[in-house]
Design a protein around this ligand. Structure first.
Ligand code: PEP
Length: 252
């Protein structure tokens, strides 16, 4: 089944008012060239609202980079409820990014809870899965991906993937300049789709699986040509308008 490609920019903890304004202006100026893909920008939380205002009238959608796992808002100092992300115009939220897993102790169980909370708030989770270099070298890639995905399927059910996106992000490729080859990405994406298919073949066929990890304009074409790669989750290259737009062109 044909899946609409998606390019999502994860700005991580980068940006400032003036720089954001110029980046967003350049992206919005050119985005009409890409009517056949979904484009999402995930700024740091404090900039989501002003970036959303700059995006108004364009087809670019907004996403958060994380959310609080709590189902209801309340006394959780410093946290951001999914309903708040929805309220300021987000359609998506990244869940289970490897930096959240490694630096902030997010376990598979926490990631699954965040996935559920995101959907309860009307947001589509972009669920990140991926193995470390040690795990790959130990031949554990498939076991890690299966475990991370099963935690969410067990908690949310496979039907939940009707309104979710998966991002395969090998940890060894994130921010390192070392990209998975098209073949490596395809093998991991096909494995993830196969895991979903064991639960529901139709949902597996329609779920978008993005690749993330040092995607640049010059490697995006080869990655996005793979049959199970449905676009990209882009970190560093999403901070440069020309580079990000060239990646969008590769997905179009
Ligand atoms: C990411 O942070 O999700 C990511 C893929 O980063 P980069 O593109 O910089 O490797």
């Amino acid at each position: 089944m044909a899946r609409r490609k998606m390019v999502a920019g994860n700005w991580k903890m980068n940006g400032a008012r003036d720089a954001n304004a110029s980046l967003v202006r350049d992206i919005v100026f050119d985005v009409k060239r890409f009517p056949d893909i979904d484009i999402v920008i995930c700024p740091p939380a404090v900039y989501i609202d002003p970036v959303g205002q700059m995006l108004s009238g364009s087809s670019v959608q907004l996403g958060g980079q994380t959310l609080c796992e709590q189902e209801k808002p309340g006394a959780f100092t410093g946290e951001i409820h999914g309903g708040m992300l929805k309220d300021i115009g987000c359609s998506y939220v990244i869940v289970g990014h490897s930096e959240r897993r490694a630096l902030y102790g997010e376990t598979d169980a926490v990631v699954a809870t965040k996935f559920l909370t995101a959907q309860a708030c009307g947001l589509q989770p972009i669920l990140c899965l991926g193995e470390t270099l040690e795990e790959r070298e130990a031949g554990q890639t498939e076991a890690v991906l299966a475990r991370q995905l099963a935690a969410v399927i067990d908690a949310a059910g496979v039907e939940a993937f009707k309104s979710a996106v998966i991002a395969y992000e090998p940890v060894w490729a994130i921010g390192t300049g070392r990209t998975a080859t098209g073949e490596q990405a395809q093998a991991a994406h096909a494995f993830i789709r196969g895991q979903l298919a064991q639960a529901n073949a139709k949902i597996a066929g329609s779920t978008r699986i993005l690749y993330g990890g040092s995607v640049k304009a010059d490697n995006a074409v080869a990655l996005f040509a793979e049959p199970d790669v449905d676009g990209g989750l882009i970190g560093g290259a999403s901070l440069k308008a020309a580079e990000f737009l060239a990646i969008c062109a590769a997905a179009q």
